[in-house]
Design a protein around this ligand. Structure first.
Ligand SMILES: [Fe+2]
Length: 266
């Protein structure tokens, strides 16, 4: 029986095995050297570790080299469905966008030629991408179906609070995901920018710091939640960042460099 058309990230290591993340379920698995396929814990087939060998990615996902592994498993869909219990157009929009950002983040990692030995927690990238916009529910942005009352710029800090609250209730450590929420807006926001632009969020830095925070922030810039939701070019992203000043563009370019993204249209 042919395997269903599915995607994996990660691949075999010439040093013997790597970690693969199931795009459908978020489960992580160790992939043995030259493995032909992997099965995630959902018991559904999810693909082949058949991407060309990418040194950076392999290093990033090698368990033995992971500097930190969160001890608590997070089920992103449980969390999303808790705050968005109905199958509404908004929930569908959120899921579609979050999946786009998640897939882009892993595509960036997979394609990155940086090979600079960045250690990235693949599971955190997965969870952070899926949860980064959870706060839009409470914001006012009718063009993207958000019927809340809060200014849209607050969706990151609101989402972070929602995750911290959920974590407290369910005994989960969601702090790393909460930080991804807070720090993904634009190319991050500095305290000085909050002050100068009089943004309705507490005055402090919201700058992505960890590789996972930077990766989700960057991947998010490729997709908006309005219109056709098609992938944007990097030059278009730079153009929209320039509205927020030179610092935003600089931060965007730093993240692009970090993950080996070139602007061919520059
Ligand atoms: Fe987003």
């Amino acid at each position: 029986m042919p395997f269903p058309a599915v995607r994996t990230v990660g691949n075999c290591l010439d040093r013997g095995g790597g970690q693969s993340v199931c795009i459908a379920h978020g489960n992580t698995e160790i992939v043995p050297y030259k493995a032909r396929f992997v099965r995630c814990r959902s018991r559904e087939w999810y693909g082949f570790p058949s991407f060309p060998v990418c040194r950076m990615w392999n290093e990033a996902v090698n368990y033995r080299e992971q500097p930190k592994q969160r001890k608590t498993a997070v089920n992103c869909l449980d969390i999303i469905y808790c705050f968005y219990p109905e199958d509404t157009p908004l929930r569908r929009l959120l899921l579609r966008h979050s999946e786009q950002v998640r897939d882009k983040a892993f595509a960036i990692l997979r394609d990155s030629a940086a090979g600079n030995g960045l250690a990235v927690d693949a599971r955190l990238v997965f969870d952070g991408a899926m949860l980064h916009d959870i706060g839009i529910l409470k914001c006012h942005a009718p063009e993207i179906l958000c019927e809340g009352t809060e200014p849209y710029i607050r969706h990151g800090v609101i989402g972070a609070e929602m995750l911290r609250e959920y974590g407290r209730k369910h005994g989960l450590d969601l702090e790393a995901c909460a930080r991804i929420c807070e720090r993904h807006t634009g190319a991050g926001i500095a305290a000085e920018e909050v002050r100068n632009r009089r943004l309705p969020i507490p005055v402090r830095d919201y700058l992505p710091e960890s590789p996972e925070e930077k990766l989700v922030c960057l991947a998010d810039k490729f997709y908006s939640k309005s219109g056709a939701m098609k992938e944007k070019s990097i030059s278009r992203i730079r153009q929209s960042m320039s509205k927020f000043g030179a610092d935003s563009v600089t931060r965007l370019e730093e993240m692009c460099r970090m993950f080996g993204i070139m602007d061919t249209e520059k």
